[in-house]
Design a protein around this ligand. Structure first.
Ligand code: C2E
Ligand code: MG
Ligand code: MG
Length: 871
């Protein structure tokens, strides 16, 4: 028992020991296991720690997310089974998802940005919305499915473990691990690890994203700056180019070809301008001329740039539209198909044309063409080309103008040259003509002698010489042929001319060579004898001339006698001009004529005095006309048988402030010579008419007439009738109360105009009297041709009637003649009763004369009328 007991005991003890051993062994096993476990755990921890450290390190160090994601995956895969792993980024702003990393055994990576809505109900969206990690076991999944909380996207797996990527409390994405097999399951520890990894991923992402953003920002800014720089450079280049073009424009010296090529060059620096041309538009011929062109294709060069008539090209389109045309090939095609243009060249890619316009005038086009797809012109290019076109237009126009100016200048020069030649020719011709003209102007065409102008020049010259030199004396001989008129009238002008020629020749023969013979009028010659040693020399010449001219000339087989009267004036200090000296010689000549012709007279002091008197008289008459100093006196005209007053003759008197009362004989001849008589006549007529009108109005003597004297030459004026009509109108006197007296002289010349004037006066009602009849020079034959009403028998017949029987016969004849012509007669100068009776006896009805009354002042005449009327 003991044994047993012992044995038992022993047995018991050994069993216990055994048990103990077992227990110990078990414990050891257990410990070993624990140690193993712990070791393993330690290793796990170690690995985790390393992994987490690595993640941390990665998140700090990695350079870009694309390489970061795979490394995160690797790291996680080193700790757990992570065959299927993906990272999704969630953009809250745009509400999108993006699978930035995706490794899956079954599914394809969803690409690009995915609308968040499109993943509605996905596990990922669940994580994003809950912001919580999610460990989806099949059981939980089932539950959620059952609750319709989720939808299946992608292939179905076992466990799905997703954690949110949280940054500043916002979900920016998820990291997910998934298993497709039963063995691979995930637990909370995995979840923690992934959560931890997620923090690092976020850290790395934020860092890298920041970095990326920064980089992007820097890049963007850099790009912006670069663009700005490029833009600035471009605009600087543009500006410079435009400036250069402007400069070119003003450089007129540059020939147009060089100008175009330079413009092309400049444009080429701004735009691709390999194919460029400038075509000028000729409006008149409607053609295009390609002034400048460059083209990549040699073949184009040959065929496209010949001058052409406007057709349906693209340049023409620009001309038509007058605006920039920018076209692509397809646009060109459309235009073509629309029938607007020709078919574009196949190789054209882009086409840009601008019109060249200057002040609204179309000058041409400028075109850029591109054959390459890389060069497409845009709006900016169009604007640029358009700008350049303005300058090109100005340049073209300026050059055209300069060209035109140059050509005009050349033309002008040529014309000037031609004109100069022509002018030289003309000048030579003109000189010759002038010479001829000078000779003609200076000479008398008939005799070839110098004329009046030349003579006066020479004479003036001599006068000037005499003034300078005391010993220089000279003489002027004034010749007037006697009876030349008779020769002319009887033998004709031809004979007259011949005579003048002969005389001229002879005169030249008589004088010395240095003397001058000139012809200054029809039959008037003058001779200038210079360097006189004595007056005798002049007398000698005068004598020889008179002697020569006393000889008869044979003209047309007829002997002709002429003769000359010569007036001589010698040089004298008082002569200042040729005209005066010539006039004096003329005066002397008249004296010679008066003294019996065929002789000479020297102008002397008495003649000089006469001339002086005549001149001062002329001056005074002029003044008197202006001052209205001429007044009429009135001499009655009576009917002889009953002494009835019929009218008055108005006779001019000069009531001169300087000279006192002047009678007509002292001023009428001078007034006639100077033609001042015309003014005087009109003043007398007007005043006489006024006076008669006054008498008519005051005294009622309406039948009286006034008879006014008119100078013969008055009848040569066409305005005479108007002048008289005006006087009548102004004074209000009836025409039949006015008579005019004219002398026979008026009837001898210009018969036509005299007749017309007389007729006009007659038509007016003014009667015409022929004054001083019988003293005249011509036959009575002309009388009947003129509408004369009354003949006034000259007083010379009456005053001598008692001494000369002849006169009484003449009076009878005149009266008979007048009666035959139905003219009345007035006897003038009746001084005695006998005169009056004789005239009456001879049949003369009217008379005037001192016997009845002298010419009276208007006042005296008034009394005379009153007295007459009272009888
Ligand atoms: P007359 O026309 O033959 O005028 C007549 C002249 O004879 C007047 O001289 C007159 O006074 C003068 N007479 C008249 N009866 C007698 C007489 O019985 N015996 C003499 N011995 N003479 C008498 P007066 O007034 O000196 O005129 C002279 C001439 O002047 C006029 O001649 C006339 O020819 C001219 N005369 C006068 N007044 C004008 C005038 O207004 N115009 C013009 N053109 N000539 C005028
Ligand atoms: Mg008279
Ligand atoms: Mg008379």
């Amino acid at each position: 028992m003991v044994i047993l007991k012992v044995a038992n005991q022993q047995a018991k003890t050994s069993k216990a020991a055994e048990q103990l051993i077992c227990a110990k062994e078990a414990r050891i096993v257990k410990l070993t296991e624990d140690v193993d476990f712990l070791e393993k755990k330690n290793a796990d921890l170690q690995a985790r720690y390393t992994a987490l450290f690595k993640l941390n390190h990665l998140s700090q160090e990695c350079l870009d997310l694309d390489s970061f994601y795979p490394q995160v995956h690797n790291t996680i895969a080193s700790l757990m089974t992570a065959k299927n792993f993906f990272i999704v980024l969630y953009d809250q702003t745009f509400d999108t998802l993006e699978f930035v990393y995706f490794i899956d055994e079954k599914d394809e990576k969803p690409s690009g940005l995915i609308d968040y809505q499109d993943y509605e109900g996905s596990f990922t969206n669940l994580v994003i919305e809950s912001k919580q990690p999610l460990l989806l076991t099949p059981e939980l999944e089932q539950k959620l499915f059952d609750n319709y909380k989720i939808k299946q996207f992608g292939s179905r797996g076992t466990d799905w473990l997703g954690v949110p990527l949280l940054h500043n409390g916002l979900v920016i994405g998820t990291i997910t691990i998934q298993s497709y097999d039963e063995k691979t399951r995930y637990n909370d520890s995995d979840l923690n690890l992934l959560t931890f990894a997620a923090q690092h991923v976020v850290g790395a992402m934020v860092r890298l994203q920041d970095q990326q953003r920064l980089q992007n920002a820097v890049n963007a800014r850099t790009k912006e700056l670069m663009a700005q720089i490029r833009e600035r450079e471009k605009s600087e280049l543009l500006q410079e180019s435009l400036y250069r073009i402007s400069e070119l424009t003003t450089d007129i010296e540059l020939d147009i070809g060089t100008f175009y090529s330079k413009v092309h060059n400049i444009i080429g620096q701004l735009i691709n301008a390999k194919n460029f041309f400038i075509a000028k538009y000729e409006h008149d011929s409607q053609t295009l001329h390609f002034s400048y062109y460059q083209d990549e294709h040699a073949s184009n060069l040959i065929k496209d740039f010949k001058p052409r008539k406007l057709s349906n090209g693209y340049s023409e389109l620009v001309l038509r539209r007058r605006e920039t045309v920018l076209l692509t090939y397809s646009e060109m095609m459309s235009l073509h198909l629309a029938g607007e243009t020709a078919k574009p060249q196949d190789d054209i890619h882009s086409w840009l044309g601008v019109p060249l316009i200057y002040s609204g005038q179309l000058l041409g086009v400028m075109v850029l063409q591109s054959y390459h797809y890389k060069t497409t012109y845009n709006q900016q290019d169009a604007e640029l080309l358009n700008f350049v076109s303005n300058h090109v237009s100005v340049a073209i126009k300026r050059r055209e103008l300069a060209d035109f100016e140059r050509r005009s200048h050349e033309l002008l020069e040529q014309q000037v040259k031609l004109r100069t030649l022509a002018l030289e020719d003309e000048i030579t011709q003109r000189k010759q003509a002038e010479k001829l003209l000078q000779h003609t102007a200076a000479h008398d065409s008939l005799t070839g002698l110098p004329n009046r102008t030349v003579f006066l020049d020479l004479l003036n010259h001599a006068i000037a010489c005499a003034k300078r030199k005391d010993d220089f004396s000279f003489a002027v001989l004034f010749l007037d042929l006697d009876r030349f008129k008779v020769v002319n009238d009887s033998l004709g002008h031809h004979a007259g001319d011949l005579l003048l020629k002969i005389i001229a020749r002879e005169l030249l023969a008589i004088v010395r060579d240095k003397d001058t013979v000139a012809r200054i009028g029809g039959d008037e010659f003058v001779i200038l004898i210079e360097d006189l040693r004595s007056n005798e020399e002049a007398f000698d010449v005068a004598q020889r001339i008179t002697k020569f001219l006393q000889q008869p000339f044979t003209l047309d087989n007829q002997l002709v006698y002429t003769g000359t009267s010569i007036g001589i004036s010698f040089s004298n200090k008082r002569y200042d001009d040729a005209n005066t000296m010539l006039r004096d010689a003329d005066t002397a000549m008249y004296h010679a004529k008066d003294n019996g012709r065929g002789r000479y007279e020297v102008f002397d002091d008495s003649m000089h005095q006469k001339v002086q008197n005549a001149l001062s008289l002329e001056a005074d008459i002029r003044e008197a006309i202006a001052w209205q100093e001429f007044i009429p006196h009135f001499q009655p005209i009576l009917q002889l048988d009953n002494r009835e007053l019929k009218g008055f003759e108005a006779l001019a008197r000069w009531q001169s402030t300087k000279r006192g009362f002047v009678y007509p004989n002292d001023f009428i001849p001078q007034a006639e010579e100077t033609d001042l008589i015309q003014e005087i006549d009109l003043q007398i007529i007007e005043k006489a008419c006024q006076q008669l009108k006054l008498w008519q109005d005051k005294l009622g003597c309406h039948d009286l007439y006034v008879s006014c004297n008119l100078f013969a030459k008055q009848f040569f004026r066409t305005s005479l009738p108007q002048d008289i009509a005006k006087v009548l109108k102004d004074t209000g006197l009836a025409p039949h109360n006015l008579r005019v007296e004219l002398t026979e002289r008026a009837l001898l010349e210009n018969a036509e105009i005299v007749l017309t004037n007389m007729q006009a006066l007659k038509d007016m009602g003014v009667k015409i009297l022929l004054d001083d009849f019988g003293t005249g020079y011509s036959s009575l034959g002309y009388l009947h041709r003129f509408p004369i009403d009354v003949l006034k028998i000259d007083r010379s017949f009456i005053s001598n009637v008692h001494e000369h029987d002849n006169n009484s016969a003449i009076i009878r004849t005149i009266v008979d003649l007048a009666n035959n012509l139905q003219m009345a007669t007035i006897g003038e100068g009746i001084e005695t009763l006998a005169d009056a009776e004789l005239l009456q006896q001879k049949g003369c009805i009217y008379g005037q004369g001192y016997y009845f009354a002298k010419p009276m002042s208007p006042d005296d005449a008034t009394d005379y009328i009153i007295e007459k009327m009272s009888n």
